[in-house]
Design a binder for this molecule. Structure first.
Ligand code: SAH
Ligand code: SF4
Ligand code: F3S
Length: 454
């Protein structure tokens, strides 16, 4: 039985549909888009819900226990979809990709027979091969190999969706913070070659992309080779990308404080296309805890970097990540964190309770903190951080900001865009403004967004 909406216009090969559910960080968002690019030549169009899809991919995150648990509960729901579709003769292929796939491939296959195969974050360029193999019921059903170079060589040209785009420039991490799974799930640090990145940026700009966000777990440690084989810093890469016609705005994330070089700090003052917003995770304001985390810097050193950044670019807005309740964290350590927050003044921040991750050094440390203590500290920290975020947003009222209009707003006649400080701004405007940078007077602010009048 064929479904009318599944027939291609020419009535030839039926259109297949893929639904990708993305968890975790921006690198996974980028990877999900690239998986769609890899699948497009096989005839897969985008599905909006899993029950319309012939292929469902869960692109997973392993960073905290909760993120991992979500995958198994979602697989339970997908089993019901698969059974329901099977009743009408439709097959559904279920794939687990991303960091849980890398870390727990065998366990997934054992615990969730609904899964057809598992593919790690460095192997998804082989999706077509894995799909064919599964259809033939031959070969391995887990591909968790680390081949970032081969992956980036194999990926097709990206398809842009709207005026902003992510561009992965660096993969993996060699920092081994004692709480973190990323060095195990994403492998060793790898920087893509400069020419490949420039080509991808040009292809995106030609499709109307105006703002590029360069991605890497440790993006400021970027040291890819240029055409002549010389190592290139992130600052130099950003300078090259700023020259591409059509690229009006540049951002990069996530940075490690110890890789914040003088050259990169200076670029924040010199390069107008580099947006005045930086995500610079600090994790804790206690130098003792930072040492146990293996972050390789003290709280004072972090504050000194912030000072230099603000000297280079006085209006720089900062965002960060915190972990509360790291093993051994005392009330005094936590108060040092609150003091650091007060000293810096963040425009936004993410904060998490420490989650014990199997195989990481911190999971075996003495002094694990009680859950109720973590809950209490997280609430106190978040209340301070949300006050700062609200204050930062309120201070924009009355200013005129250049807003890159990205999409239609939720209400008719409205559009939605981003300020240089990465705030969402909605205002009355025509959809024809999408893709343009327009001056918008800010007339109101809330916790999470700004209201403007063009
Ligand atoms: N590469 C980035 C972070 C990647 S993970 C960096 O170096 O900062 C994103 C955030 O998740 C981290 O900054 C940290 O705050 C949080 N995180 C990582 N592991 C965690 C764990 N075991 N428990 C709680 N939060 C964690
Ligand atoms: Fe994880 Fe630390 Fe690497 Fe960030 S720098 S990805 S927190 S190990
Ligand atoms: Fe999660 Fe993997 Fe990103 S563990 S945060 S999806 S690198």
């Amino acid at each position: 039985m064929t479904h009318p909406e599944k027939e291609s216009p020419a009535g030839s090969a039926p259109v297949k549909r893929v639904y990708i559910e993305t968890y975790g960080c921006q690198m996974n968002v980028y990877d999900s888009d690239r998986m769609r690019d890899v699948l497009a030549p096989l005839g897969y169009a985008r599905a909006d819900a899993p029950d319309e899809a012939d292929l469902v991919v869960l692109n997973t995150c392993h960073i905290r226990e909760k993120a991992t648990e979500k995958v198994y509960s979602e697989l339970g729901r997908l089993r019901a979809h698969k059974d329901r579709r099977a009743e009408t003769g439709q097959a559904t292929t279920i794939v687990v990709a991303g960091c849980v796939a890398q870390a727990e491939g065998e366990e997934i296959m054992r615990r969730a027979p609904v899964v057809d195969f598992v593919v790690g974050p460095q192997a998804y360029h082989k999706l077509p091969e894995l799909i064919a193999r599964t259809a033939r019921a031959t070969g391995d059903r887990i591909d968790a190999t680390f081949e970032p170079e081969e992956k980036f060589d194999a990926l097709p040209a990206p398809r842009a969706e709207g005026p902003t785009a992510f561009l992965s420039v660096q993969e993996g991490c060699d920092k081994f913070c004692t709480f973190c799974v990323v060095p195990y799930t994403r492998g060793a640090e790898y920087s893509r070659p400069v020419d490949q990145i420039v080509a991808e940026a040009k292809a995106l700009a030609a499709q109307g992309v105006r703002e590029l966000t360069l991605l890497g777990q440790n993006v400021n440690a970027y040291h890819g080779k240029d055409g002549g084989g010389a190592e290139t810093s992130l600052a130099r890469l950003l300078r090259l990308l700023a020259r591409i016609e059509g690229v009006e705005r540049l951002r990069y994330t996530t940075s490690h404080p110890v890789e914040m070089t003088e050259e990169l700090i200076a670029l924040h003052g010199d390069e107008p296309k580099l947006m005045p917003y930086l995500h610079l995770p600090v994790q804790s304001g206690s130098s003792r805890v930072l040492k146990a985390m293996n972050r390789k810097h003290t709280a004072e050193e972090y504050l000194a970097i912030v000072e230099k950044l603000r000297a280079a670019r006085p209006d720089l807005a900062l965002s960060t990540d915190f972990i509360v309740g790291f093993p051994g964290e005392t009330e005094k350590d936590f108060e040092d964190t609150l003091a650091l927050v007060r000293a810096v003044g963040f425009a936004s921040a993410f904060s998490f309770k420490y989650s014990r991750r199997p195989g990481t050094p911190a999971s075996g440390m003495h002094g694990q903190v009680e859950e109720d203590v973590k809950t209490d500290r997280l609430a106190r920290l978040q209340s301070l951080l949300s006050c700062q975020q609200r204050g930062f947003n309120d201070r924009q009222i009355g200013q005129t900001l250049p807003v890159l209009v990205a999409e239609r707003g939720r209400k008719p006649g409205q559009v939605l865009g981003k300020s240089p400080y990465l705030q969402s701004v909605h205002f009355e405007g025509d959809a024809g403004l999408i893709g343009q940078i327009v001056p918008v007077r800010i007339i109101d602010a809330s916790q999470n967004s700004l209201t403007g009048a063009a």
